[in-house]
Design a protein around this ligand. Structure first.
Ligand SMILES: C[S@@+](CC[C@H](N)C(=O)[O-])C[C@H]1O[C@@H](n2cnc3c(N)ncnc32)[C@H](O)[C@@H]1O
Length: 313
């Protein structure tokens, strides 16, 4: 079933080498869309490093190598070798010296298909978007960090939800809200106690009171959000102080609907990008990354970037 979903990004952008030779003609992997400012995310603290010229090397490889240099662990290893080393991606958000200004530009959030998302999601897709081992790994992760099932007063929100949320079997709370684009999918999701159809790219405001949720999840969908800072500010607003936001993703996507900064880069960059959303939205603890890939190199990878709303916010 997962095979039906989009494409595997690293089949298109193999190992983040940055050359576009394997990209389809319709690809949004055009390096002129990269924000030169993105490089500043990791540029500081790296002595004597010169960025490759745009149009020659992808920004991903520069981010990767600089981050690895900062971490000091993978200097001599290739991206391929280090990416397959379980846990390497977790280091991406360690010791990031974020630039003062949000380092992305408007064009980084453009998609190849800019038609209304409601058209793309009009027909339900009763498929899974990652393979079974990746789903199992995510469910296990949830079982370790979620509040116990059926805890009075606990509320969860699954953003960009569908007919499945991958929550632990039998998990329930008095309030579990799903937000997504297709009503038929949401209606079939057994874990939800209510759902809302809302296009977050048209209206990023979450229709909830401040301090409503204990946990907010978002699975393999953050790459479709074109106004991430607005959405992450809303996530912060509607989380309870100390509440947990869990953003998970693999390396598959609906290529034409994903933002260009995502389709142009690889797994480690995606971790950095989501980390940047938390950082620049504000109101969160420093974001952290976990690599929960069940069988690195053999089945779908699975990464989590998470943060808690500041307890004092
Ligand atoms: C790849 S599916 C993932 C669905 C589900 N989270 C899962 O793990 O199976 C992407 C989801 O993102 C949601 N989505 C895409 N664009 C959106 C938008 N503009 N506003 C809100 N949700 C959106 C859709 O509802 C769609 O179900």
């Amino acid at each position: 079933m997962a095979e039906g979903f989009g494409i595997k990004l690293q089949q298109r952008v193999p190992h983040l080498v940055g050359f576009c030779y394997s990209l389809p003609a319709v690809s949004s992997c055009s390096f002129h869309t990269f924000s030169p400012q993105l490089s500043r995310v990791v540029k500081r603290g790296v002595i004597g490093y010169r960025l490759p010229r745009r149009g020659v090397l992808g920004i991903g490889v520069s981010i990767w190598s600089q981050l690895m240099n900062m971490a000091g662990n993978f200097g001599a290893k290739s991206f391929v070798a280090s990416a397959r080393q379980k846990g390497a991606v977790e280091k991406v958000l360690e010791n990031v010296d974020w630039p003062e200004q949000f380092p992305f530009k408007e064009e980084d959030f453009q998609r190849f298909d800019e038609t209304p998302d409601s058209l793309f999601y009009e027909a339900p897709r009763f498929v899974t978007h990652i393979d079974d081992p990746a789903i199992a790994a995510l469910t296990k992760y949830y079982s370790e960090v979620f509040p116990p099932s059926d805890t009075p007063g606990v509320a969860l929100l699954d953003m960009c939800s569908s007919w499945v949320s991958h929550y632990p079997k039998g998990y329930k709370q008095a309030r579990i809200v799903g937000m997504g684009m297709n009503e038929e999918e949401l209606k079939r999701n057994p874990v939800l106690t209510e759902y809302i159809v809302q296009d977050l790219n048209l209206d990023p405001k979450l229709p909830f009171e401040d301090n409503t949720f204990d946990v907010i999840t978002n699975v393999v969908s953050v790459d479709y959000i074109t106004k991430p800072i607005d959405v992450f500010k809303e996530v912060s607003r509607v989380l309870k102080p100390g509440g947990l936001a869990i953003i998970s993703f693999s390396n598959r996507c609906f290529f034409t609907k994903a933002i260009s900064i995502w389709t142009s880069t690889g797994d480690s960059d995606h971790v950095l990008i989501v980390g940047a959303y938390f950082h620049y939205a504000g109101g969160f603890d420093p974001p952290k990354a976990v690599d929960i890939s069940p069988n690195p190199g053999r089945t779908d990878p699975m990464y989590v970037v998470y943060s808690r709303k500041l307890a004092t916010a």
